[in-house]
Design a protein around this ligand. Structure first.
Ligand code: AR6
Length: 169
């Protein structure tokens, strides 16, 4: 049974087994949560990402997939990088966003992670409307078969927190 909890704050300040990063396909960093995770987690995360790019993920990580690295200096064992879809009004990409949560939980299970912090994937730079992003996130985690005991959604601001709280209520 997975418990869903909500926190308003900075995901890089969480103590969990795994922190999920809303990355891009390059795995080489960016803005938003991605920038914050690499800044606070330090260079070990980027070093691991470069190894992934030199190996199995030469073309980058496809949208909707997830892969783990060290968490560096974060208070966690792993960062699970996932690539959300960019929002497009004329094209329904929700299955890719569903896949981000499913695949991240699958990787968490492979690692043996029991507590996992997620940001609102795709709901920042990638433009996904927050209410819909929250609905997809909560529905997908609720439906997932996983050994993860706590999924903690860490929302940066009050509107994001309220959107997720609305889904749980
Ligand atoms: N802790 C928790 N949530 C945060 C934090 C933080 N420290 N910082 C931002 N958010 P985004 P995306 C929120 O843009 O939409 C990057 O450049 C933010 O307010 O980080 O999936 C990547 O490299 C928003 O609600 O991710 C990609 O190129 C949510 O996290 C691209 O952005 C997600 O916003 C991915 O865009």
């Amino acid at each position: 049974m997975t418990t869903i909890t909500l926190v308003q704050g900075d995901i890089t300040r969480q103590s969990v087994d795994a922190v999920v990063n809303a990355a891009n396909s390059s795995l080489l960093g960016g803005g938003g949560v991605d920038g914050a995770i690499h800044r606070r987690g330090g260079p070990a995360i980027l070093a691991d990402c470069r190894k992934l790019r030199a190996g199995h993920y030469g073309k980058g990580l496809p949208t909707g997939r997830a892969v783990a690295t060290t968490a560096g200096d974060l208070d966690a064992q792993w960062v699970i990088h996932t690539v959300g879809p960019r929002y497009a009004r004329e094209d329904d990409r929700s299955e890719l966003l569903v896949s981000c949560y499913r695949e991240s939980l699958r990787v968490a299970d492979e690692l043996g992670a029991r507590t996992v912090a997620f940001p609102a994937v795709s709901a920042g730079i990638y433009g996904w409307p927050m209410d819909d992003a929250a609905r997809i996130a909560v529905e997908t985690v609720r439906a997932a078969e996983t050994d993860v005991e706590e999924v903690r959604f860490v929302l940066f601001d009050e509107p994001a927190y309220d959107a997720f709280a609305g889904q749980l209520g």
